[in-house]
Write a protein that binds this ligand. Structure first.
Ligand SMILES: Cc1cc2nc3c(=O)[nH]c(=O)nc-3n(C[C@H](O)[C@H](O)[C@H](O)COP(=O)(O)O)c2cc1C
Length: 507
């Protein structure tokens, strides 16, 4: 398939996942993992994260949390900015607040393998968003909108969408959405309110309808919670009235996420207990758990249950208030068992852990442990030759906050990576090679292994004839290619933001 055709196919697949769907709309503090999972359980097709600001996300490190079985994006101060899990991988849309195409791309690439799509917030009228040129401020800067969306559409493999508010006139609104459509985005969310309107104002279904009639990508209608959407049947009616392909629901879902249930709403107390179970299972911050439950209680926060909730400090306290302490204890015990097992495994540096399709180990390349002439990379290369396999290939990323490197080596179709970051690209590649060699049970050139016979006499002779530095050893035709790739890193190329792919190099 040609690249163009591949893009077309990816695009149409991406567009399909926004056709005829009901989605949980992005909501700050509300759209965290427990709420998203609950909305999916009740029938939502897609779930949006809360708005995550590009600058904060760009500083995050992607961490596989083996105890919780989640992928966490962790800020330098250890705060988890975004937590996700396998159950929502095909359904979660990460909403980003951005005003900068390059930074947006860096963040999108950081998360693209863990989410279903990327959405850009162009509707938030709050000052914290608009003063940085983000959110609704973008609505008056269509050039920037176009630049951000085109950069993302061309730069990531996942569908890209955006969520706007309507502009003062229909003409302006239609002109904007047509321009947005021309960037190649897969869908457009339309909150049918003007920038200055408050959530209590009636939604302008006529504007959403006009947008639906004038673009060919799916329109996701939004803004119907207050007076139109009370249950699942109302979501369908909102779709019909707005002529939109899809609907996204914010407040009605925040008040009772079972709004997505085609069989009708569930009693709030039952819904709150289910929410709480997810909060416990995924170690949600108690402050956030409390906030979401308070939103569900609405005017009942003054009730005895509400007061108990308000005085709770921990997830355990909240569970007690809701009579689910047995679930809390059982889940804590299970998590502790996993934690203990992980600690045992972690103390064994040779314990491989699968992260997606990459086998990982906690390995650091300590040069002094490899005093011989041959590096782990050379051992791996020589082994691949002996086995008539394709040469190993290395793909390296550099993260923004400390400029450290991490490599993945692909050998015989399998990928290997160390979970530790290294100070140079060369070391990162060596660490990846070590992981691969250890998993395959092969010698790696550590003290006492140098002359295992894997790296043959020919290699030693090549080395002696060549330059003294280990990485300068010419390995047949691979050498020239490798040199140029490595020069790109060492010759002061601009720092590549968190998680952005570096050059692929072969040994
Ligand atoms: C608590 C809360 C947080 C919100 N946070 C976001 C956000 O992070 N990003 C966004 O685009 N809109 C956000 N919104 C707006 C909603 O996504 C939605 O556009 C608005 O509430 C209208 O939809 P509704 O009538 O279904 O509530 C938020 C709304 C609420 C109530």
């Amino acid at each position: 398939m040609t690249a163009n055709k591949e893009n077309m196919t990816a695009k149409s697949v991406g567009t399909k996942c926004f056709q005829n769907i009901n989605a949980l709309a992005p909501m700050v503090r509300v759209g965290t993992l427990p709420m998203r999972l609950l909305a999916l359980d009740y029938g939502a097709d897609m779930v949006y994260s809360e708005e995550l600001i590009d600058i904060k996300m760009a500083q995050c490190q992607r961490v596989v949390n083996e105890v919780l079985e989640t992928v966490d994006f962790v800020a330098p101060d250890e705060r988890v900015m975004f937590r996700t899990c396998k159950k929502e991988k095909q359904r979660v849309v990460l909403q980003m607040g951005t005003a900068d195409p390059d930074r947006a791309l860096a963040v999108a690439r950081l998360v693209e393998n863990d989410v279903a799509a990327i959405d850009i917030n162009m509707g938030c009228p709050k000052e914290y968003s608009t003063k940085g040129g983000m959110g609704a401020a973008l609505l008056s800067d269509p050039d920037r909108i176009e630049s951000i969306l085109r950069t993302l559409v061309n730069g990531v493999s996942k569908p890209v969408t955006c969520k706007i508010r309507i502009l003062p006139t229909l003409e302006e609104t239609l002109s904007l959405v047509k321009r947005i459509e021309s960037t190649g985005v897969n869908a457009i969310g339309v909150h049918g309110r003007f920038k200055d309107e408050r959530p209590r104002h009636p939604v302008h279904c006529d504007f959403i309808k006009a947008v639906s009639e004038n673009v060919s990508i799916p329109v996701i209608a939004n803004g119907g919670s207050l007076d139109l959407i009370k249950d699942h049947a109302d979501i369908d009616e909102f779709r019909r009235v707005t002529g939109a392909s899809s609907v996204m629901v914010a407040r009605a879902a925040m008040w009772n996420p079972s709004v997505f249930r085609s069989q009708g709403l569930l009693p709030l107390e039952e819904v709150m207990k289910e929410y709480l179970k997810y909060a416990v299972r995924y170690d949600n911050h108690a402050f956030n758990t409390k906030y979401c439950l308070c939103q569900m209680l609405r005017d009942k926060v003054e009730s005895p249950m509400g007061k108990q909730l308000l005085s709770a400090q921990t997830n355990e306290d909240i569970c007690e208030a809701y009579g689910v302490q047995d679930y809390y204890k059982k889940t804590q015990a299970e998590l502790q068992t996993r934690r203990d097992a992980m600690e045992t495994n972690l103390s064994d540096p040779n314990h491989p852990v699968l992260d997606g399709d990459v086998t990982t180990m906690r390995v650091k390349f300590e040069r002094r442990e490899y005093p011989g002439e041959f590096s782990p990379k050379m051992f791996l290369l020589e082994w691949s030759r002996k086995e008539n396999l394709e040469q190993p290939t290395y793909e390296t990323v550099q993260r923004m906050q400390d400029r450290a490197f991490q490599s993945i080596v692909t050998m015989a179709g399998n990928k290997y990576r160390s979970t530790l970051w290294e100070k140079s690209k060369k070391f990162a590649e060596q660490a990846a090679a070590i992981v691969c060699l250890r998993v395959l049970g092969l010698p790696e050139g550590r003290v006492g292994e140098e002359y295992s016979g894997l790296v043959g006499k020919r290699k030693r002779e090549e080395k002696r004839m060549d330059a003294p530095g280990e990485e300068d050893i010419s390995v047949e035709c691979g050498a020239r290619k490798r040199h140029s790739a490595e020069l790109l890193v060492s010759s002061g190329e601009p720092t590549i933001p968190n998680g952005v792919k570096h050059k692929t190099s072969t040994v």
